[in-house]
Every structure is written in structure tokens, then in C-alpha cells.
Design a protein around this ligand. Structure first.
Ligand code: AMP
Length: 403
């Protein structure tokens, strides 16, 4: 069980709290924020720290400035929008050094409950290398540290790991914010101590990118469902024709090994029994459904078939914990989104179950198809959520104090 100190466990009154947020938002050519979900998601932690009388110093990366100041990747637009969302000034500290004279002057002028936002942490080359100088600089301006950036939790950078070590070394608390806490509760703890039956659904393009996830989940689940592009490698491993479908020849033996592991562990492993095949990788392609082993040599599978959708939906019924990572087909094209919709519906209909959606494409699919508010938890981190499901320890999580 991961039991990390949270913002509810620390006393910030009158203290300088450095908060690592995920403000990596998309900007258009005029530097307008085109999707502010990440800003809105950060508000509960910021409001809590303001309410408790902390001097709240926010930091984040934005894009990839590659270790040097890039005006188009400044966090200035974020400070402006956060000011509106919070209803109180978020003072931006423009500073090419991130923690230079401007930042220090802004922090010196803070009263309890004030908020300052530092410049893009990746303006400093040491940031992504967890270099000591920048970690020390960040720690020098704060008494306590709060990490609320799950998207970078699988990386050890100055602003989420190095700074925590430096703050702890001088006796300060290192806690997680509400967003991080939720990710830990669901992707960490619910997956490791699941209420059963526990069903995992894996899809997406490639087996190769999900190997450690399949392997780890086979040790925990009662049922493992495999759909999406990765299913064809399992079919091909049994000598079935897969036509022009996605196929990773080198992973056929791995697919057989995983089937064997499932059998040994008593895990029910399901792969598609029919497939929607198309004559082109396009929504306008001609398409039809064929049974297992019947994919024509000149066509490619782009979605699970209707019978498979039924099979998977039935396997999900009655589950108490479900984890889903990766779409069942090319959901970006409406003609090949039906299998993914059917699985999302099956999850949405579950009563009293915990439904956890891994970040990246599965989160996008859920939100885009209108099921966002029907799930217990949709992860905000792509790579980080995958590494959690692989059973790895995430440096950004490890760096926070245990309770
Ligand atoms: P991943 O990042 O591995 O989770 O893969 C997500 C991508 O897999 C999405 O963009 C889907 O369009 C794609 N995908 C899912 N099923 C298939 C399929 N049968 N053929 C090709 N691509 C697929």
C-alpha cells in the first residue's frame, strides 16, 4: 500500500510551499490556451494551500524548450488564466534562470495566501537531468514541497525529485497534492489490492509497448481482455491469417508465453472472435465483419467485431474492479469506433465497481466518446499511468514522504 503524506497532513501556515503542477497545456499561435483541463484540475490543491495560509509558489514545465529560454513556451499565459480561474492574482515571475533575481524578489514580497508562478522549469538544462544546482536553487526558495504533477511522475527531474530530496534534507515536508493522491489511490492501490472480480482490458496498437503491463496484470487479474491492434499478433501466433493487419512477428512467441502464463495462473484470457476488416486505413474504406481466422489476405483489421463486443461486455459484467488501457480499434474513425464504444458502455453500466482508465489514448477515447464522467478515475498521465500498471515504482511518487 502506498501511503503518502498529502496536503491534508502538512502545516503550511506562513510557510513558503513550492508546488510542482502539470501546466503543460496546448497553446495556439497567439499563445491562447486551447485546453485548460490541466489548469482546472490543479485548482483544488492550490486553493487548499491558499486557504491554509501558505505562500504558494507554483512551478511547471511547458513543452520542450530544451534547456534554454523560449518566449513561445513561457508560462506567462498560464499565470493570466490561473488568475481568472482562481479569482485572485497569480503573480508571474519572468526569469530566464527560473529561480533568479526576479523570482526571489516576487517571493520576498509574498504575504500568506499569495500565489507566485515561476517560469518554465525546462528553461534550465539541468531540469530533465535532475541536476543538483537547479534542485538546490528550487529548494532555496521554499520551506515545504508539494508534488501534484502526475504526468511527469515516471521521470526523475529537479522539480519533482531533486527538489524533494533537498527540501527533506533541510527538514521540510514533501507531500503529494490531491491529483497525485487520486492517481496513487487508483492506479497504485486499487490495482494492487483490487476488489474482485478484477478485469483488465488492454488494447491499442502494439503488443511490444504493453509487454510489461500484460505480464504484471496477469499476476493480479481474474480476466484479461485483449483487443485493438495487438490482438492480431496473438491470432498470428496460432497460425491464423491476419491479412494486412498490424502484426509484430517477433512477438508471436511472447503472445503464446502469455497465454500459457494465464492458464497457469487461472486467468481467463480473451482475444477477439471476430474482426471488422477494411480494404484501406480510412473511414471511407469498404468494410465487413469476419470470423476468427477469416481475415482476407488483402484486408486489415481495424476494430473488434460485434460478437467480440458481446463477449467482452459479458466478461466485464459483475466485475468490481476494471482497468482499461488502449482502444479496441481505430476509434478516431467513426466506422471503427464501435468496439471501443461498446466496451466503454459496458464499463459505464457497472454498478458499485471501480473503473480505472489509463491515460493517453484510452482517456482520450473515453472523453471523446462521451463517457468521461461515467468512470471512477481517468488518469491524467500517459507514460506515468502505463509505468504504474507495469508495477514500477515511479520516482515522483517515491520522492514524497510516507505518512
Ligand atoms: P496505443 O498508444 O498503443 O494505446 O495505441 C493507440 C492507437 O492504436 C490508437 O490511435 C488506435 O487508432 C490504434 N489502434 C487500435 N486498434 C487498431 C487496429 N486494429 N489497427 C491499427 N491501429 C489500431
Amino acid at each position: 500500500m502506498l501511503n503518502k503524506k498529502s496536503v491534508d497532513d502538512i502545516n503550511v501556515n506562513g510557510k513558503k510551499v513550492l508546488v510542482r503542477c502539470d501546466f503543460n497545456v496546448p497553446l495556439d499561435a497567439d499563445l491562447n490556451i486551447t485546453d485548460e483541463n490541466r489548469l482546472v484540475a490543479a485548482l483544488p490543491t492550490i486553493k487548499k494551500l491558499i486557504g491554509d495560509g501558505g505562500k504558494v509558489i507554483l512551478c511547471s514545465h511547458l513543452g520542450k524548450p530544451k534547456g534554454e529560454p523560449k518566449p513561445e513556451l513561457s508560462l506567462a499565459p498560464v499565470a493570466k488564466r490561473l488568475t481568472e480561474l482562481l479569482g485572485q492574482e497569480v503573480k508571474f515571475a519572468p526569469d530566464n534562470n527560473v529561480v533568479g533575481e526576479n523570482a526571489k524578489a516576487a517571493i520576498d514580497a509574498m504575504n500568506n495566501g499569495d500565489v507566485v508562478l515561476l517560469e518554465n522549469t525546462r528553461y534550465r538544462a539541468e531540469e530533465t537531468k535532475n541536476g543538483e544546482a537547479f534542485s538546490k536553487d528550487l529548494a532555496s526558495i521554499a520551506d515545504l514541497f508539494v508534488n501534484d504533477a502526475f504526468g511527469t511522475a515516471h521521470r526523475a527531474h529537479c522539480s519533482n525529485v531533486g527538489v524533494a530530496d533537498e527540501i527533506r534534507a533541510k527538514g521540510g515536508d514533501c507531500a503529494v497534492g490531491y491529483l497525485m493522491q487520486k492517481e496513487i489511490d487508483f492506479l497504485g492501490n486499487a490495482v494492487n489490492n483490487p476488489e474482485r472480480p478484477f478485469v483488465a482490458i488492454l488494447g491499442g496498437a502494439k503488443v511490444s509497448s504493453k509487454i510489461p503491463v500484460i505480464n504484471n496484470l496477469l499476476d493480479k487479474v481474474d480476466t484479461l481482455i485483449i483487443g485493438g491492434g495487438m490482438a492480431y499478433t496473438f491470432m498470428a501466433a496460432h497460425g491464423e491469417e491476419t491479412g494486412k493487419s498490424l502484426l509484430e512477428e517477433d512477438y508471436k512467441q511472447y503472445a503464446l508465453d502469455m497465454e500459457k502464463k494465464a492458464e497457469e495462473k487461472g486467468v481467463k484470457l480473451l482475444i477477439p472472435i471476430d474482426t471488422v476488416v477494411a480494404d484501406d486505413f480510412s473511414n471511407d474504406a469498404n468494410f465487413k465483419t469476419v470470423g476468427r481466422g477469416e481475415i482476407p489476405a488483402d484486408m486489415e483489421g481495424l476494430d473488434i467485431g460485434e460478437k467480440t463486443s458481446e463477449l467482452f461486455a459479458n466478461a466485464i459484467k459483475g466485475a468490481k474492479t476494471v482497468v482499461w488501457n488502449g482502444p479496441m480499434g481505430c476509434f478516431e474513425m467513426p466506422n471503427f469506433a464501435k468496439g471501443t464504444v461498446k466496451v466503454a458502455e459496458a464499463l459505464a453500466e457497472l454498478e458499485g465497481a471501480t473503473t480505472i482508465i489509463g491515460g493517453g489514448d484510452s482517456a482520450a477515447a473515453c472523453n471523446q466518446l462521451g463517457f468521461g464522467d461515467k468512470m471512477t478515475h481517468i488518469s491524467t498521465g500517459g507514460g506515468a499511468s502505463l509505468e504504474f500498471l507495469e508495477g514500477k515504482e515511479l520516482p515522483g511518487v517515491v520522492a514524497a514522504d510516507n505518512k
